[in-house]
Write a protein that binds this ligand. Structure first.
Ligand code: ZN
Length: 332
């Protein structure tokens, strides 16, 4: 990224930080800028700058800088060995970590921690009975305990769920993932768990990475029945996507009344996404979020937090994310 663009992004971030805050928390971290991927890579820093550009245009929105996560909090949940290896790879200027599409740069570890810090801040907001968003990169839902993949290094949403469980050991948490790719890392981390219900709507594993998330994957041992996967074929229409997702929430409601709701908010199911997999449009994302907020209001005292996953159309990120936040802000 050019120095001029970095300066511009810093200025936007600082202006957003100064703005008057409202009743929900909008977390991020300036170090999301320092994860430098090659120009052709979809998970680019321009995703982050586009979100800042979208927020700046909406005068009633702002950003809060998350405080740096204490490494003990991550180690509580995550492999220490893995994190040390990841940091060492970044600092030694290796081109990628574990798999070729997980590009890294010298300072990527700082961005990975920034993204984790922002997710941890969402957990704290929910523990304080607030709603929240995390607008950070890199994303996390493909990462598992000692596995980076699909542009993900630390599973941010899983980390947030774990922080809640550390403080509220009996809590029940719903993670709803609407990214077009199956949240395989999140599923793996909670597959045998009956306190965290993982639900995902995504493109069929028969044709799309990560080739998991079949509807017969429902959890194991104590976790059996606490994983719900629904798949769609190529160009799934937004109306059908929404109907399917809403029926999932209805189904979850029958058996699982969560105390906390976390959303893995990926926007690559959008019709305008360069991946061109599904045909979902702005209104469908907004309506699904409404339904999840309604669920959270009914069972979880409104404690709902969205954590950014994928979504590679810069135009969609810039336009839709402010709309999603405004809608959440006005709902409660
Ligand atoms: Zn995705």
């Amino acid at each position: 990224m050019t120095t001029q663009r970095v300066t511009q992004a810093l200025a936007l971030f600082n202006e957003l930080k100064q703005r008057k805050k409202g009743k929900l928390d909008i977390w991020s971290h300036i170090n999301c800028l320092v994860h430098d991927t090659p120009a052709s890579h979809p998970e680019s820093v321009f995703r982050f700058t586009s979100i800042l550009e979208g927020l700046i245009e909406e005068k009633s929105l702002w950003i809060q800088q998350a405080k740096d996560i204490d490494s003990a909090i991550i180690h509580n949940f995550y492999s220490k060995k893995y994190l040390l290896q990841l940091e060492a790879h970044c600092l030694s200027n290796k081109p990628y970590f574990q798999v070729a599409d997980n590009k890294i740069s010298h300072d990527s570890f700082d961005a990975i921690l920034a993204s984790a810090s922002s997710a941890a801040a969402v957990a704290e907001s929910l523990l304080n009975d607030k709603m929240a968003w995390s607008l950070a990169r890199p994303p996390g839902h493909h990462a598992s305990y000692e596995q980076a993949e699909g542009f993900c290094f630390i599973n941010n949403v899983a980390l947030a769920a774990n922080i809640i469980l550390q403080q509220k050991p009996n809590a029940k948490i719903l993670i709803f993932d609407y990214d077009v790719h199956h949240g395989n890392g999140t599923q793996d981390l909670f597959y045998k768990n009956n306190q965290v219900f993982f639900a995902s709507i995504h493109a069929s594993p028969q044709f799309l990475y990560p080739n998991s998330g079949y509807e017969y994957e429902v959890g194991e041992a104590e976790g059996e029945g606490f994983t719900l996967n629904k798949c769609g074929n190529i160009h799934m229409q937004g109306r059908v996507w929404l109907e399917t997702a809403l029926s999932m929430v209805d189904e979850i409601e029958q058996q699982f009344k969560a105390d906390y709701v976390l959303i893995s908010a990926g926007f690559d199911a959008h019709k305008q996404d360069p991946s061109a997999i599904f045909d979902v449009q702005d209104e469908h994302f907004l309506k699904l979020q409404d339904r999840l907020i309604q669920y959270a209001n009914k069972y979880a005292e409104g404690r709902v937090g969205s954590i950014l996953e994928g979504g590679y159309s810069l135009e969609v990120l810039k336009r839709l994310i402010p709309k999603m936040i405004l809608k959440m802000k006005d709902t409660k």
